[in-house]
Design a binder for this molecule. Structure first.
Ligand SMILES: NC(=O)c1ccc[n+]([C@@H]2O[C@H](COP(=O)([O-])OP(=O)(O)OC[C@H]3O[C@@H](n4cnc5c(N)ncnc54)[C@H](O)[C@@H]3O)[C@@H](O)[C@H]2O)c1
Length: 401
C-alpha cells in the first residue's frame, strides 16, 4: 500500500488464491487496510495480485515478507522463506534486487537465503542485490505508518544497501542504513526482546504488588512521570500476537550455536507465559470473596483478541484463560466486537448490555478495545476482574491485576 501510494507499481504474490482474488477485487482482508484505500489503487492498475511465480521476472525488486513461525519443537521454521527463495531462484535475473523483511535470526539473509538464490547461477552482491530490512508495522497503530517509521536497511555489500535505499526511498521518509544484514536482522529481534523482557518485568511486579496489596498501575503511572531514563510498560494477561511470543526464540536458538544461553529471553518467556494462570487465580479469589466457587459460576470474558482494536487471535492469552476457567468448571461466555466467534471453543460473541453484564457472577476484562462502554460495565456488573486497568472505578467489586 505504501509503495503504491507513492506511485510505485506493485505486484503482490501469494500462495492463497482467495487472497489474490480479494486484492484484485479491491477488497482488503487486512483489518487496518480499508478497502476504500485499496480499491482505487487496484482500479487504476497500481496494485495487482497473482499466484504465478513467473510474473516476478518482470519486477525490478522483490520483497519477501513471508511468515517465520516456530516448529513444534520451538525451533525457527524458515520453510516459507526458503521455499519462496527456491521459486525465486528459478526466475532471478541480473540486476534484480531482493529484500527479506521477515523477522529472523542474524545470518539468515547471508547464510540461508543467498545460497538458495545463487542456485540460479548468479552471485549475490555481484549479479543481483540482496538486503535485509525489518518490517516494523504495529497493526492498529495510526500515529506511525510504514511511510513514517524509520526503515533500517542492511545490504550484503555497500552497493546492495544503496540499491535497497533507492527502493525504500521511493516510499519511506527516513532510511537507516546499517553495516550488514546481520545488524538489521538483530535490530528487529532486539526491539521485540526489549518488549518481551520489559512486559515480563512489570508482570512480575504485578504479581508481587498483588501480594503486597499495592496498586501496580499507580506505581507505573508515577514512575512514568520521570522525564528521563524510564519508559512505561503495562502488565497484562500474557503475550499474544505472532511476534513478541515467538521472535525472541529465534535468537535463543541461534545463540546455542555459540554456546550462550539467552537467559533474559527465557526468563521473560517463563514469566509472561504464567500470567494466564495467575489471572485465573485472581478470578477464583474474587469469586471466593463472594462465597462462590468458579465451578458452576457464569463468567463473562470481555475482549479475546491478543490486543486492543484488532481481530488477531494468534497466541492470544484469552484462549488459555478461557480454557483454564472451563477446566475449573466455569461457564464461560465472551464479548468481543472484533471477534464474532471462536469456533474451536464453540463460542460466539454475545451482545453486551447492562442486563447481560449483570447476569454473570464475574466479568473478566482481558482485552480493552476502544468503544466498549466501561462505565456501563462498572455500573452494571456485580463483580469485575480487570486485567487491563480499563474500568473507571475503584469500587470494592473491582479486582485489578
Ligand atoms: N504482521 C505484522 O504486524 C508484522 C510486524 C513485524 C514483522 N512481521 C514479520 O513479517 C513476516 C510476515 O508476517 P505476516 O504477519 O505478514 O505473515 P502472514 O502469516 O500474514 O503471511 C503473509 C502471507 O504469506 C503467504 N504465504 C505463506 N506461505 C507462502 C508461500 N510459500 N508462497 C507464497 N505466499 C505464502 C500467506 O498466505 C500470507 O498471505 C513475519 O516474519 C513476521 O514476523 C510482521
Amino acid at each position: 500500500m505504501t509503495f503504491a501510494e507513492a506511485g510505485v507499481s506493485v505486484l503482490g504474490l501469494d500462495a492463497i488464491q482467495s487472497k489474490v482474488d480479494a486484492v484484485n477485487a479491491g477488497t482488503s482482508y487486512i483489518e487496518d487496510v480499508p478497502s476504500e484505500r485499496l480499491g482505487p489503487l487496484v482500479a487504476d492498475g497500481t496494485i495487482r495480485a497473482t499466484t504465478a511465480w513467473d510474473e516476478v521476472r518482470a519486477a525490478d525488486a522483490v520483497i519477501i515478507c513471508l511468515p517465520t513461525p516456530l516448529t513444534g519443537h520451538r525451533e525457527p521454521d524458515l520453510s516459507a522463506v526458503l521455499g519462496a527463495s527456491e521459486s525465486l531462484a528459478e526466475r532471478l535475473r541480473p540486476g534484480h534486487l531482493v529484500v527479506l523483511e521477515s523477522t529472523t535470526y542474524p545470518g539468515t539473509t547471508r547464510d540461508e537465503v543467498a545460497p538458495v538464490l545463487e542456485r540460479s547461477g548468479l552471485r549475490a552482491g555481484r549479479d543481483f542485490h540482496l538486503a535485509f530490512s525489518p518490517e516494523r508495522v504495529d497493526p492498529g497503530r495510526t500515529d506511525w505508518t510504514t511511510a513514517t517509521t524509520p526503515k533500517v536497511i542492511g545490504g550484503l555489500t555497500p552497493e546492495c544497501t544503496r540499491r535497497a535505499m533507492d527502493l525504500y526511498g521511493l516510499a519511506c521518509e527516513t532510511l537507516v542504513p546499517v553495516s550488514s544484514p546481520e545488524v538489521a536482522e538483530l535490530t528487529k529481534l532486539l526491539e521485540n526482546i526489549f518488549r518481551s523482557v520489559n512486559i515480563a518485568l512489570v508482570n512480575e511486579l504485578a504479581m508481587l504488588c498483588d501480594r503486597m496489596n499495592i496498586d501496580v498501575w499507580d506505581v507505573i503511572d508515577a514512575a512514568a512521570t520521570k522525564p528521563f531514563g524510564y519508559m512505561p510498560f503495562r502488565p497484562g494477561p500474557g503475550l499474544g500476537g505472532h511476534c513478541i511470543p515467538i521472535d525472541p526464540f529465534y535468537l535463543t536458538w541461534k545463540a546455542r550455536e555459540f554456546d550462550l544461553h539467552t537467559e533474559f529471553i527465557e526468563l521473560a518467556g517463563k514469566v509472561n507465559s504464567q500470567m494466564p494462570e495467575f489471572c485465573v487465580s485472581k478470578v477464583v479469589r474474587a469469586l471466593n470473596s463472594r462465597r462462590r466457587a468458579l465451578n458452576g459460576s457464569r463468567v463473562l470474558v470481555i475482549g479475546v483478541a491478543y490486543k486492543a482494536n484488532v481481530n488477531d487471535m494468534r497466541e492470544s492469552p484469552a484462549l488459555r484463560i478461557v480454557e483454564l476457567l472451563r477446566a475449573e468448571g466455569g461457564n464461560v461466555e465472551y464479548h468481543d466486537p472484533f471477534v464474532p466467534s471462536l469456533p474451536k471453543l464453540g463460542l460466539s460473541s454475545i451482545p453486551l448490555t447492562p442486563d447481560s453484564a449483570r447476569e454473570f457472577d464475574v466479568v473478566v476484562v482481558v482485552t480493552a478495545h476502544d468503544g466498549i462502554d466501561w462505565q456501563m460495565i462498572a455500573d452494571s456488573a456485580t463483580l469485575i476482574v480487570d486485567l487491563r486497568n480499563a474500568i473507571p472505578s475503584t469500587d470494592g467489586k473491582v479486582w485489578r491485576l
